[in-house]
Design a protein around this ligand. Structure first.
Ligand code: GDP
Length: 186
């Protein structure tokens, strides 16, 4: 397990108001580690290194209207052999990014399964559906997925870790969703 406590853009001398645990779920190779890497290190690699078990990173972020939030991100391995490990990491999480790859239609198939698995351990956790790699040709009916997200009460965002598109916005949104969830459950 890697634990890089990188605080690259730490807001100046302000108290951390909230700690939020964010889960990144989705099939292997959909771009979860790349989104994290872009967000935390502002870096991108064409290489795919399979996440083994899980990776964690954290970063301070200023969430508009909420102050400084420390986002602890947990990147879960999509491979089935890690399912026992995965379940324990859902516990205590505050927001879930549900990532699929717009260029790989099979990556939308398991979206409902990921939510079911996560909500089994973290009931009612807010979900952000993340369309990843939007710099590539779309082979997934994204409008349909966006509608499914809306009908299910989930948020939806389109991103590219490669082009830096909406990556900050994605994590800011997850931070906000996580804080609101924490406040509601108090
Ligand atoms: P993970 O298994 O879900 O963590 O997936 P990775 O982050 O390791 O990404 C899998 C592969 O997709 C790697 O070869 C990445 O370079 C590539 N990739 C990730 N994000 C993007 C993106 O936004 N655009 C493109 N074109 N490729 C990406």
């Amino acid at each position: 397990m890697k634990n890089l406590d990188k605080v690259k853009t730490a807001p100046v001398n302000e108290e951390i108001r909230f700690h939020v645990k964010v889960i990144l779920a989705g099939d292997g190779a959909v771009g979860k580690s790349s989104l994290l890497r872009r967000y935390v290190l502002d870096d991108f690699s064409e290489e795919h290194k399979m996440t083994k078990g899980m990776d964690t990173y954290s970063k301070l972020t200023r969430v508009p209207g909420l102050g400084v939030v420390k986002i602890h991100t947990w990147d879960l391995a999509g491979q089935p052999q890690w399912s026992a490990v995965r379940e324990s990491f859902y516990l205590g999480s505050h927001a879930m990014a549900l990532v699929f790859d717009v260029s790989q239609p099979e990556t939308i198939q398991h979206l409902p399964d990921w939510v079911r698995e996560c909500r089994g351990k973290a009931p009612n956790i807010p979900v952000l559906v993340v369309a990843s790699k939007i710099d590539l040709p779309f082979k997934v009916p994204v409008a349909k997925i966006a509608r499914w997200a809306q009908d299910s009460g989930y948020d939806y965002i389109e991103t590219s870790a490669k082009n830096k598109y909406n990556v900050e916005a994605m994590f800011e949104k997850l931070g906000t969703m996580g804080v609101n969830f924490t406040l509601k459950s108090r």
